[in-house]
Design a protein around this ligand. Structure first.
Ligand SMILES: Cc1cc2nc3c(=O)[nH]c(=O)nc-3n(C[C@H](O)[C@H](O)[C@H](O)COP(=O)(O)OP(=O)(O)OC[C@H]3O[C@@H](n4cnc5c(N)ncnc54)[C@H](O)[C@@H]3O)c2cc1C
Length: 416
């Protein structure tokens, strides 16, 4: 049997592509969605701590990194966060907005989102087959031929690739899709884990172990070896037995890791500091005032006003009472308060990453259709492309938006 459209990958992007292709086709096309995993949507189920952060109150291109911001803007515009809210409502998923700007289902269960998407796939008459792993995709002048891991051949007039990146490989997305598109002639931006916990060098392991479990709001700054600022954000940071995690570390991770990849031997510098101080001078002025207010307080006790106790004690070390600090001691302490250098050694890798930086070159797709500029009749959407967003529902918004464009365009091309 020849299908009109085969969508490979039933994650967020593939499910969206299938639904919008089905809606556009209104029963006039034979559409099949296949996934290699036993059950599709594994990543949706684990997302947002099992609650699925579907989108964000405000989504703009600067929430993303990777390829051309113009292409990212155009894709996001074609299906924006308000359309996601309306779409989710239309398939029976009621969302709530949290103070952080993140939208979650009111049930606080990612299962609600996945079940609604799968039900909609069936409503719009798209077939869904699990445990169909595609090994190879080839294009003849007429058709796409997809070879499965069990040796079967599937044929389609158009293909939508939504195979994800390499993050969380146990979910079924292990980078195989990227290799397939490379062999079809696509340029690939080298991939690195993103939104991933960071590990520290041996000289700071003990410190992180001591602080393990401590969370704080921190300003995390990443600068390259020349001092150029790559990242500067305030988020919640968590110390762990191996290093740092929490949104602050995850959001910073792609910048540190990209720099390590692009400029080996010239590591970026990552600092964490108290968010209220814009500079070491500000922190120094604050310490000086505290010294005047109550010179007999110990330095650690003063720092515990702005840091959790364990971190305050660790930063102050065996410094004496605040009033007895020399100018040099106070200055050094102020610099640490503003930006304490974490000696990052690497990351926990793709197995612990929420997304992938790098992927298929973005300017090799037409943003109006997500059709490949290299391989006609092939559409590409989701994480497999060179786009990664920060924490907050941005990666799903990219998946929904790019899936919407790909699905709608692939169906439209066949029923015109
Ligand atoms: C722990 C975790 C939490 C996250 N939380 C959030 C969150 O709350 N909000 C947010 O916006 N983002 C979150 N993300 C990121 C988000 O899940 C991804 O950006 C999104 O799932 C990407 O969608 P996708 O469809 O492009 O890829 P995927 O979800 O990776 O789906 C790809 C699908 O393709 C299938 N596949 C791969 N190769 C083949 C093959 N050869 N043959 C057949 N099928 C194949 C896979 O089995 C998989 O089902 C989280 C990610 C993780 C890992």
């Amino acid at each position: 049997m020849i299908h009109d459209i085969i969508i490979v990958g039933a994650g967020a992007a593939g499910l969206a592509a299938a639904i919008f292709a089905g809606e556009r086709a209104r029963g006039r096309l034979r559409i099949l969605l296949v996934d290699g995993a036993k059950k599709p949507g594994a990543k949706i189920l684990v997302s947002g701590g099992g609650r699925c952060n579907v989108t964000n109150e405000t989504v703009v291109p600067s929430d993303y990194w990777g390829g051309s911001p113009v292409i990212i803007r155009n894709v996001l515009r074609s299906f924006d966060e308000r359309q996601t809210l309306a779409w989710m409502k239309s398939i029976g998923v009621e969302l709530k907005l949290e103070p952080t700007g993140k939208y979650f289902p009111v049930t606080d269960s990612a299962r609600t989102v996945l079940d609604a998407l799968i039900a909609r796939v069936s409503e719009v008459r798209v077939g869904l087959r699990s445990q169909v792993r595609i090994k190879e995709i080839a294009f003849t002048s007429e058709l796409a031929e997809l070879t499965t891991a069990s040796g079967d051949m599937l044929r389609a007039r158009r293909v939508i690739v939504a195979m994800g990146g390499a993050a969380l490989p146990k979910s079924g997305s292990d980078g195989a899709g990227i290799a397939m598109l490379r062999s079809l002639g696509h340029g690939i931006v080298p991939i690195t884990p993103a939104l991933v916990p960071l590990t520290v060098a041996s000289d700071q392991v003990e410190l992180c172990r001591e602080l393990s479990g401590v969370t704080l709001d921190a300003r995390v700054i990443v600068k390259d070896a020349t001092g150029r600022k790559l990242h500067d954000r305030v988020d919640s940071l968590l110390f762990t037995h191996f290093g740092i995690s929490g949104p602050a570390a995850l959001n910073a991770s792609r910048h540190w890791l990209r720099e390590e990849h692009d400029n080996p031997g010239k590591p970026a510098v990552l600092t964490i500091g108290a968010p209220q101080f814009a500079s070491g001078d500000d922190a120094d002025a604050w310490l000086m005032q505290r010294g005047k207010d109550n010179p007999r307080r110990h330095a650690a006790n003063v720092l515990s006003e702005i840091f959790p106790d364990r971190l305050a004690t660790s930063l102050a070390g065996d410094l004496p009472e605040i009033g007895k600090l020399t100018r040099g001691q106070r200055r050094t302490l102020a610099e640490k308060v503003h930006g304490f250098t974490i000696h990052v050694s690497g990351s926990r890798g793709f197995s612990f990453a929420e997304t992938t930086a790098g992927g298929v070159e973005l300017d090799e797709v037409n943003f109006r259709t997500m059709e490949s500029r290299r391989v006609p009749r092939l559409h590409i959407c989701g994480e497999i492309l060179d786009v990664d967003g920060r924490i907050g529902g941005f990666n799903f918004q990219w998946a929904w938006a790019s899936g919407h464009v790909a699905g709608t365009a692939a169906a439209a091309a066949l029923i015109q």
